[in-house]
Design a protein around this ligand. Structure first.
Ligand SMILES: C[S@@+](CC[C@H](N)C(=O)[O-])C[C@H]1O[C@@H](n2cnc3c(N)ncnc32)[C@H](O)[C@@H]1O
Length: 391
């Protein structure tokens, strides 16, 4: 493909990504993979160049543009090398008309910016994310893994964390194949640390998804005790089993609960748990480094629904705790409504709970919880809090 044809391909892909973000369709990565499956003539260098154009244009535009051309013209305003490719030749984009405007530059949609926690460094939300690993203590130590992965660097403050450069193909590396490491952002590792799970405890990971944090809890428990991974989506929980097997964490039990009737599946756990992790569904504002078009999907109405659902989940999680137990509330969101205010609301609604002061090696205190941000900590963005049920 010529450089101009690559640019035109990026514009077509952006059209599809914009429509998908508007209509709740597939993620950008899925659309890009589909696009190239149908265009076998594109070589690996073509695919890389088109993908880079697409993501550069997405990262640059805080508001969802109307068209791919508008997104790309916005980028071309800052990149004369790209502007020169709008020449109308075969497979190239048509010349930019006088007065034709590009998407404006920005990190965060205007409606959302005032809702972000004040300390958040907004531009850093769109940076490039490294590949973070958690060494699986059920099978290995950081020292043994570091010898096998010489490119990996320790992550300050995370005893089991190792960091590889962006794009490192870790799934082809032996330590990953043998289950000695899991790919897990440093912020997620910090949340597992905040749970302070220990051998012999009863721990419930209530929004377990495919079990990223469940596996970290399993390692902290050294494979001893009761660890339940619950979720409302069967397909997500199903992805945990092969991961648990690879990690040697076969003591994990999975529990499929019924959306809207969660209490039914959780009755037998009432008053039994030492730790309940609520890693709640959220706006994902902290993970834009990995899927920057997510900010084109979020709407005020969706945020309102998420906030209501987070409060509801915390409320049905609370009775699961034994006296003296800890409910750890976490989101990969950086809006105060999903974090600090959510904890304030819980403490106002529920008697007999206190927020524990946290002192973690990365991040900073925020309200009654803790904030991690890409700009301050080099991790994805998270808010979490540890809420203790009185003994
Ligand atoms: C942020 S994701 C969890 C990510 C996961 N903990 C990890 O570390 O990979 C939130 C999860 O909450 C689940 N969820 C949504 N509503 C729920 C509910 N009412 N009860 C339990 N889980 C729910 C979603 O299916 C999703 O898997």
């Amino acid at each position: 493909m010529t450089p101009a044809a690559r640019l035109q391909a990026a514009i077509e892909l952006l059209d599809a990504i914009i429509a998908s973000a508007r209509d709740g369709g597939p993620a950008a990565d899925t659309l890009i993979a589909r696009y190239f499956k149908e265009r076998r003539y594109a070589g690996s260098r073509d695919r890389r160049a088109v993908r880079d154009h697409v993501y550069d244009a997405i990262r640059r535009a805080g508001e969802r543009p109307d068209t791919g051309r508008e997104a790309m013209i916005g980028l071309a305003i800052e990149r004369p090398d790209l502007a020169a490719l709008f020449d109308g030749s075969t497979h190239a984009p048509m010349p930019i008309e006088p007065g034709e405007v590009g998407a404006s530059a920005g990190a965060v949609p205007a409606w959302l910016a005032p809702l972000l926690a004040a300390p958040v460094e907004q531009a850093a939300l769109l940076g490039r994310a490294p590949v973070d690993l958690r060494v699986n203590r059920l099978k290995a130590t950081p020292a043994t893994v570091a010898r096998q992965l010489p490119d990996a660097q320790p992550i300050a403050g995370l005893p089991d964390g190792l960091r590889l450069p962006e794009g490192f193909p870790v799934e082809q590396a032996e330590p990953w194949k043998q289950g000695l490491v899991e790919v897990q952002d440093g912020g997620s590792q910090m949340i597992a640390l905040a749970c302070a799970a220990a051998p012999g405890m009863t721990v419930v990971d209530l929004c377990a998804g495919a079990g990223g944090k469940t596996l970290a809890l399993a390692a902290a428990m050294a494979g001893q005790g009761t660890l339940i991974a619950a979720d409302t989506i069967r397909a997500r929980l199903a992805r945990l089993s092969p991961r648990a097997e690879r990690a040697g964490a076969t003591f994990i039990e999975t529990l499929l609960i019924d959306q809207g009737h969660e209490g039914r599946g959780l009755d037998s756990l009432h008053g039994k748990a030492d730790v309940v992790l609520v890693d709640a569904p959220c706006s994902g504002t902290g993970t834009w480094r990995r899927n920057p078009e997510a900010r084109w999907r979020l709407t005020q109405a969706r945020l309102d629904r998420l906030v209501a659902e987070q409060a509801r989940i915390m409320d049905f999680a609370a009775p699961l705790l034994a006296p003296g137990g800890a409910l750890v509330y976490a989101t990969c969101a950086l809006t105060d409504r999903e974090g600090r205010d959510q904890v304030d609301g819980f403490l106002a609604r529920q008697d007999g709970w206190t927020a524990e002061a946290l002192d973690m090696p990365l991040g900073r205190a925020h309200g009654d919880g803790w904030l991690l941000t890409p700009g301050h900590d080099g991790t994805d963005g998270f808010f979490f809090a540890r809420l203790r049920r009185s003994a």
